[in-house]
Design a protein around this ligand. Structure first.
Ligand code: DAK
Length: 260
């Protein structure tokens, strides 16, 4: 499929998806949301892809939110439809077997922060900025942001950020646990690629099941989560990856995983 708003580059099992509307600070209009959903769906099915990195074009923004100019004109029905499509995209990222790393290179506001929060973890430039300005526009985050943020950093800090609509620095976002690590802007992509390579060298089924256990376990009681983890652990002992990984350790060689 041809994408008007995305740049997609793949190398050694790592695919970088760049949202490419720098003139609008990469704001998410309905075309971008649809293209992201199609691209990520295809990448998840592609056995050659081990890890996805999501970033924004230009130096200023990761994604400066949902496209306000498009949203300003839509009806209530269209807003509901847009929210459903946006939420479907966020859930797809959760359900993908492949890890998705957000490399936040600038503003991550509103729907842009929601997109980053849907990813498996966030690396950011020291110059990035984070916030949920929605209440200032008379709405609330509608792509799962209230849910993902409160689960990640707890309700008190989530309330402070969402209710004030304030924009915070990358340093504060890192201190609060929204971002895993900060890097100088020119080093961000190399660091994201470095971690992606580390993950890509591991057993793909182990990586996929570990993500599954963490993402799905969050909505379970601890006991159910333990049970779920045990069942995934057991299933892995029916795979070639488990035999290869443990065999390679015993034979003191590098594992050659097939993802089967
Ligand atoms: N949408 C559309 N265009 C945007 C945009 C956005 N979110 N953000 C920036 N742009 C455009 C600007 O209009 C400008 O375009 P031109 O005027 O040149 O044509 C261009 O990008 C450059 O922006 P600025 O000139 O404003 O750049 P500055 O450096 O001066 O300011 C800024 C940067 C990021 C502080 C500023 O652009 C800004 O405040 N942007 C808006 C940030 C924002 O409020 N984002 C949150 C959007 S609300 C829902 C689902 C989801 C959502 C809501 C409902 N459903 C349930 C239906 C999510 C909502 C949001 O994300």
């Amino acid at each position: 499929m041809e994408f008007k708003n995305l740049l997609i580059e793949s190398c050694d099992g790592i695919t970088t998806v760049t949202i490419n509307r720098p003139q609008a600070l990469n704001a998410l209009n309905s075309d971008v949301v649809r293209e992201l959903e199609c691209a990520l769906y295809e990448l998840d099915l592609d056995a050659a892809v081990k890890v996805v990195i999501l970033t924004g074009a230009g130096e200023k923004a990761f994604v400066a939110g949902a496209d306000i100019k498009e949203m300003a004109e839509i009806s209530s029905f269209e807003a509901h439809d847009f929210a459903r499509k946006g939420q479907r995209l966020m859930l797809l990222i959760n359900k993908m077997r492949k890890p998705v790393i957000a490399a936040v290179n600038g503003y991550a506001l509103g729907g842009g922060l929601e997109l980053a929060l849907a990813c498996d973890f966030i690396y950011a430039s020291e110059k990035a900025k984070f916030g949920f300005p929605e209440v200032g526009l008379g709405v609330i985050p509608g792509f799962g942001g209230t849910q993902n943020l409160a689960r990640l950093i707890g309700p008190n800090r989530a309330n402070e950020l969402v209710l004030s609509g304030r924009i915070i620095t990358a340093a504060k976002a890192c201190e609060w646990g929204i971002v895993n690590e900060l890097f100088p802007p020119e080093e961000l992509m190399a660091k994201a690629l470095g971690t992606a390579r580390e993950i890509a060298a591991k057993g793909p089924l182990g990586v996929a099941y570990a993500k599954d256990a963490i993402v799905n376990g969050l909505s379970m009681t601890k006991e159910d989560g333990f049970r779920y983890e045990a069942s995934l652990f057991g299933v892995l002992f029916a795979t070639g990856d488990q035999r290869e990984g443990m065999g390679a350790f015993v034979e003191k060689r590098t594992a050659d995983f097939k993802g089967k």
